[in-house]
Design a protein around this ligand. Sequence first.
Ligand code: HEC
Ligand code: HEC
Length: 348
Amino acid sequence: MAFARKFVTALLAATSLLCLTPAAPAADPAGPSLQAMKRDYARPTAVPFPADNPYTVEKVRLGQQLFFDPRLSGDNTRSCATCHNPALSWGDGLAKGIGTGGTLGRRSPTILNLAWAELLMWDGRKDSLEAQALGPIESGMEMNLALKDVVPKLEKVDGYRTAFALAFPGEGLTLANVAKAIATYERTVVSGTAPFDRWVAGEEGAISDGAKRGFRLFNTKGNCAACHSGWNLTDHSFHDIGLPDKDIGRAEHLPLPSMRHAFKTPTLRDVARRAPYMHDGSLPDLWAVVEHYDKGGTARPSLSPEMRPLRLTPQEKADLVAFMLTLTGEADPVTLPALPVPAQPAGF
Ligand code: HEC
Ligand code: HEC
């Protein structure tokens, strides 16, 4: 048996050496067009960091402590990770986030792969991770710690003074550096290699035939790739996909008729780990999402021209879900940081 298998492998190797034309491998039943589609989905090899806030190990370490520290909230009950929890794919598993001021208006999105993001928030109202980071700390609804109190509160913690001095030599603990450290840590939160990536890289058996059909549908009849494009499965843009709630989304900040009810296209990386779905958490699972797209969404002037009834068969719906399941990466276990403690008072 073992010998026979070795022999077959050797024979295949010999044939591929003889085959000089770089055509799609005959083993791919769907042919070259599937190969062409795959090329748009290759993972990047490096994480981008902005020139005015470059990567350093010290900044990442400090940013992680701040991200997980409930002392950044007014009553010490909530950290960023309360709503962006690594065990829940950096969301909170709830339809709407719950902060110090009660239930928020929208679902807590994942912070995965935001190093590549252009505009942030469901409605695009922030233009960088640095610009976003202090918002939830200050918000009475989320963490409720006045910005004027952030530096004095952290200054009482000896370990933070040292960590800021190491991460920002010559500058130390400032509000701007709190934001820079958190943003640098967030940029290191990247989705792991998924079966889909292994398939894109050439491992034919990495995903099922149903998932391969689903990928084809995603790029053709399903029209999903019109918005969920590229390796991170987002065009970084805003669209009304016809969910029936009243939130006008992007139009609050960009008052154009086409931006009414438009929300940011979310990444679909690890999406199976992040139910319920959409800005309002209104769709409980991926099957409900596919049903929504199949119907085409609420007809109204702002509905994206890319939305239309799809008339998918039950098999096609199952294939689309099977494809989305292949986007779940190997989740790196996240070690929670030990948080710095205040200095020992004099006299002890
Ligand atoms: C009480 C829950 C809660 C807390 C605490 C919280 N967030 Fe959020 N976060 C949300 C919600 C909800 C949104 C989406 C709000 C919107 O789009 O209107 C969001 C959006 C974001 C986004 C934008 C993501 C994207 O895809 O555009 C980032 C980044 C982010 N939060 C980081 C943080 C950081 C950093 C902290 C801590 C300083 C934090 N959050 C604390 C609930 C929370
Ligand atoms: C017109 C652009 C567009 C098209 C076409 C589109 N999407 Fe979306 N998708 C979005 C936007 C925008 C959202 C967020 C909408 C919201 O929350 O209001 C979204 C949300 C999702 C979500 C939820 C993700 C999350 O974290 O909440 C999934 C899953 C999804 N889309 C899958 C698909 C599939 C599968 C298709 C094809 C059948 C598809 N999309 C077609 C733009 C699009």
